[in-house]
Ligand binder design. Sequence first.
Ligand code: DI6
Ligand code: FE
Length: 401
Amino acid sequence: MTSSFVMSGVTAATMDPTAGPGYGLIQDAAIVVSGPRIAWVGPAAELPAAHAGLEHRRFDGRLVTPALIDCHTHIVHGGNRAREFEMRLEGVSYEEIARAGGGIVSTVGATRAACEAELLHTALARVDALIAQGVATVEVKSGYGLDRETELKMLRVARALARHRPVRVRTSFLGAHAVPKGADADTYIDEVCIPALKAAQAEGLVDAVDGFCEGIAFDTKQIARVFEAAQSLGLPVKLHAEQLSHQGGTALAAEYRALSADHVEYASDADAAALAAAGSVAVLLPGAFYTLHERKIPPVQAFRDRGVPMAVGTDWNPGSSPLGSLLLAMNIACTLFRLTPAEALAGTTRNAARALGLKDCGVIAPGMRADLAVWDVAEPAELSYGIGINPSHARIFAGET
Ligand code: DI6
Ligand code: FE
């Protein structure tokens, strides 16, 4: 049941860009929630008389932010790859493991073997962990099927998550994630990936189309064919680009006015300029950087200088980023990529919404969805500062607690 109420006794980090850079902080704030939307936010002393008679819920000076948005995950998958973690610690690289038939392709085997109920069960546990940290919107990718049946199965499970939990799910079709064992990459793209995309779209399972542009995956020509198919279906695109090497994926993504280019460790200054011109978001995924012992830091200063919005996601997947905490992703983004805590929070709210093409969340402002997170902290930098700490006090999802 949604109702109308006033959240009072809060500090609000509105993340409203019109309030200037930083958190858009309002001390001693009040937030009016009206059904599933925010009706008003401002200093409590200025609460309009029209709202004064509503039920007041007091929060004892706690911080309220937009609910968090994890804009890049692979939380629907079978199995785990702990053995590869051990192998990497023994000195074998991620690429070597992938070329030897491990990596993404090994998760494909486990995901094909799992039934929908099993995949849903494990994915719900992951969604619960995110929700417990104030997350209200989660992007979920396919990409561990690499055949029509399993890609669609993954996307159906992703859609089911939102029927089982108070969470909003955006799906990305990631058929171009890896070349299946024994297949030819071009044949796979044309005869399996693109037809599977069309079938998934026909079932209403796709919100965006993603790919992995990398030496161990697909080149720009192959990804361009997938993007052409996406465009003909009226679907926006995004891309895993420049993660392990520079392949030109970021420029390609910009050409197709992608919602986002993700990872982008090896992106150049020219890539940053292209993203800025296209209005695309750079999604930083520090969990994969950390897990793979990467050295090349994304060109954060170039993104700042060019005005490229930066988002931060978990990339939660069983191989390169078994990271189930968006708060920890924010911490690593600050410590290893040198984001400011304000940039990290913008990266999991306002800019994460933009990376998903969502205009109704990620900011506390009138008319926005009442997706809010209440934290047991005094100031917003604490959200990025803590390591492995969860200060979540409450979460409001579309106006409901
Ligand atoms: N880049 C990533 O970090 C994940 N996918 C991708 O294209 C890794 C997926 C995996 O290792 O299973
Ligand atoms: Fe990923």
